[in-house]
Design a protein around this ligand. Structure first.
Ligand SMILES: Cc1ncc(COP(=O)(O)O)c(C=O)c1O
Length: 445
């Protein structure tokens, strides 16, 4: 069947008088997708189906929200059960306690647990807690790291011309949005990541002022950039020595890299950790966990954190079923996603090399990204901004659509292997890549 997207086009035209950029987030609209986005209708396992009847292997998986793939039967059953007996009470519930106890078993530092709905919200609470317990005003975040759309952290997380970034010793703070609270960024320090000396300088320049250092464990919003050996431990040591709260943002890496996330994989002991995305298996479930002495400051709203939908019963049912599946058979799901990802990544690398394409594939376990570059590796945000052919990546991904493979066309947003992906998905994706590369001359990458 020839690849047609007429129905998507028609729907896109209908959205014009009602939705902004055809959807509910700028990252889903036509700016990433060329003329118009593809409208998806249903999903099952590793596949999604669009409104024109095209089937795709889905490597985007709801920006990482679906660690078991689409419509996993145990998640469907859990959601149906909760929906039929009360989707949300906004009272204490046994299932909330059960999920919190599961987190304590799985996540090394989860002495206390507080649920929220999104990664953004969990991070807002973490920052407020850090400021509350330290009595200090400032937070330190890294260039290229994204922690949600909260004003205080919405800075220097877009891809920009490297000439706009200033020196590593004093990065220019570049707000990612108009309309931010004018003073919000006064208390935000921005430092380059993967550079311990620069971090040390930034901390020394603000003695007794920094409440929290916030980091992703793997830089996951600039493709996939792993931490340099020893970097996160150095950061942790520096934070502890300076009385600074170490907040690890595991919104992306949580329930993905390992059952206990980057914390477990890199053997870290952060003070606070935030989760989102993969936790709710498609439902909005997030959590803030951490040291009891810090978390207890949430009592009586000493540090205030509310939310009508926190720990919705339906979300907790989904999260409980998710954690059961992910940890079954001694965490077999994680062994599976790592194995499938290694096969996919090495197959892609081999194809690019054989076809003389200047592209690399970076991955940490099941998180992977293709990068069109002649560099052997991309090690930080500035290299990402400077050395990537982002237009080529976008054209490449858009051309994969017609061969039945779906991923985000944004070079900053990585692909994800889930429990639902199997060897057949790898084989078909490699075949599709071969076809896309054959058509590459016309497509322009
Ligand atoms: C590392 C990281 N932190 C926080 C967030 C925000 O999460 P949410 O979109 O659920 O608000 C994201 C979202 O992409 C993220 O990648």
């Amino acid at each position: 069947m020839p690849f047609k997207t007429e129905n998507s086009k028609r729907l896109y035209e209908r959205t014009r008088g009602v939705l902004i950029e055809a959807s509910s987030s700028s990252s889903r609209g036509p700016s990433n997708y060329g003329a118009y986005p593809i409208f998806m209708e249903r999903g099952r396992g590793s596949r999604i189906f669009d409104v024109d009847g095209n089937e795709y292997i889905d490597w985007m998986m709801g920006f990482g929200a679906l660690p078991l793939g689409h419509a996993h039967p145990e998640i469907v059953e859990a959601i149906v059960e909760a929906a039929g007996t009360g989707a949300h009470f906004a009272t204490a519930t046994p299932v909330e306690l059960e999920v919190a106890e599961m987190l304590q078993k799985i996540v090394p530092n989860a002495e206390r647990v507080r649920f929220a709905n999104t990664g953004t919200e969990a991070m807002m609470a973490a920052i407020r807690l850090a400021r509350g317990v330290t009595g200090r005003p400032k937070i330190l975040k890294f260039e290229g790291h994204y922690h949600g759309w909260y004003d205080d952290v919405l800075v220097s997380s877009n891809v920009l011309p490297v000439t706009a970034l200033g020196l590593c010793s004093d990065p220019v703070k570049i707000p990612d949005s108009s309309g931010l609270n004018r003073k919000a960024l006064d208390d935000t320090i921005v430092a380059p990541w993967n550079d311990l000396a620069a971090l040390q300088r930034a901390v020394e320049n603000h003695p007794g002022q920094i409440a929290a250092i916030i980091t992703e464990g793997v830089m996951a919003n600039m493709g996939v950039i792993p931490p340099q050996q020893g970097y996160l431990h150095g950061l942790q040591k520096l934070a502890k020595a300076s009385g600074i709260v170490f907040i690890l943002d595991e919104t992306v890496t949580g329930f993905r890299i390992a059952p206990g996330g980057c914390q477990e994989y890199y053997k870290l002991s952060p003070d606070l950790v935030t989760f989102g995305k993969a936790f709710g298996c498609g439902l909005p479930v997030a959590a803030l966990v951490g040291r009891a002495d810090i978390m207890n400051a949430l009592q009586w709203g000493g540090v205030l954190h509310y939310g009508t939908h926190n720990a919705s019963r339906i979300g907790m049912y989904a999260a409980r079923a998710n954690l059961r599946v992910l940890t079954r058979d001694n965490n077999a799901a994680f062994r599976h996603t790592w194995r499938i990802s290694e096969r996919l990544c090495s197959g892609l690398r081999e194809l690019f090399q054989r076809n003389g394409i200047a592209a690399i594939v970076q991955n940490v376990g099941p998180m992977l990204q293709i990068m069109f570059t002649d560099r052997p590796a991309i090690r930080d945000y500035r290299e990402f901004c400077q050395y990537l052919d982002r237009a080529a990546f976008q054209k490449f991904v858009l051309s994969l659509f017609q061969f039945g493979v779906y991923a985000s066309p944004s070079p900053a947003l990585h692909s994800i292997v889930t429990l639902a992906h199997g060897d057949e998905d790898v084989d078909l994706t490699l075949k599709a890549t071969e076809k896309a590369l054959e058509s590459g001359d016309q497509a322009g990458f």
